[in-house]
Design a protein around this ligand. Structure first.
Ligand SMILES: [Zn+2]
Length: 189
């Protein structure tokens, strides 16, 4: 049997944050707050638990804020009729919000997505595939403020003109949505 390479340990920090430490072959410390509020710290083998505690302490206010945001957000229902209902409502809402922007982009730039898709994604709010022409929006946006959903919609529409996040991309985004920075911040806290 191979020896397990990860060491798990649960500990309590003075700032009142409970977290799991996972030591691994890596170069830096990272803190992740999961959707249920659990805190996971990944650290290189050469770091002491005291140093990790210091790191967590430094990040305490950020961790608490993340926990607050994530746990106050309703979680999506499991697969089933209830989830299908949310999907339907989300698709209707997203389409309503996207419609005027879609028209604007079409008349102004001559581009238009082939269609919109909605599904749950873990790391992105939206994506735009130039190959298929479809824009995908994260189902979890449903629980976000309308202005933030709109920001993601405009962001993805801009990708129809500019696939990457280069200067030109932000120029178009800025032109269409001058307060995009504040909206992005609001979306990601
Ligand atoms: Zn993008």
């Amino acid at each position: 049997m191979r020896r397990q390479l990860f060491l798990f340990m649960k500990t309590v920090e003075t700032e009142g944050i409970v977290y799991t430490v996972q030591k691994a072959a890596r170069k830096s410390v990272s803190i992740t707050v999961k959707r249920n509020g659990d805190v996971c710290v990944r650290a290189p083998y050469w770091i002491t638990y005291g140093q990790i505690a210091c790191f967590v302490k430094q990040k305490a206010s950020w961790i608490k804020k993340r926990q607050e945001v994530l746990t106050s957000e309703p979680s999506l229902p499991q697969e089933g009729p209830e989830r299908e209902q949310v999907k339907k409502q989300a698709a209707a809402l997203f389409h309503e919000l996207a419609f005027p922007w879609e028209r604007k982009f079409e008349s102004q730039y001559g581009v238009r997505p082939k269609g919109w898709r909605v599904r749950e994604m873990n790391t992105r709010w939206g994506s735009c595939s130039l190959k298929t022409g479809y824009i995908t929006l994260n189902l979890r946006l449903f629980y976000k403020p309308l202005s933030c959903i709109e920001y993601v919609i405009v962001h993805e529409l801009c990708h129809l003109l500019e696939p990457g996040h280069d200067k030109n991309f932000y120029k178009i985004l800025e032109q269409e949505l001058p307060d995009w920075k504040a909206l992005r911040k609001k979306l990601n806290h």
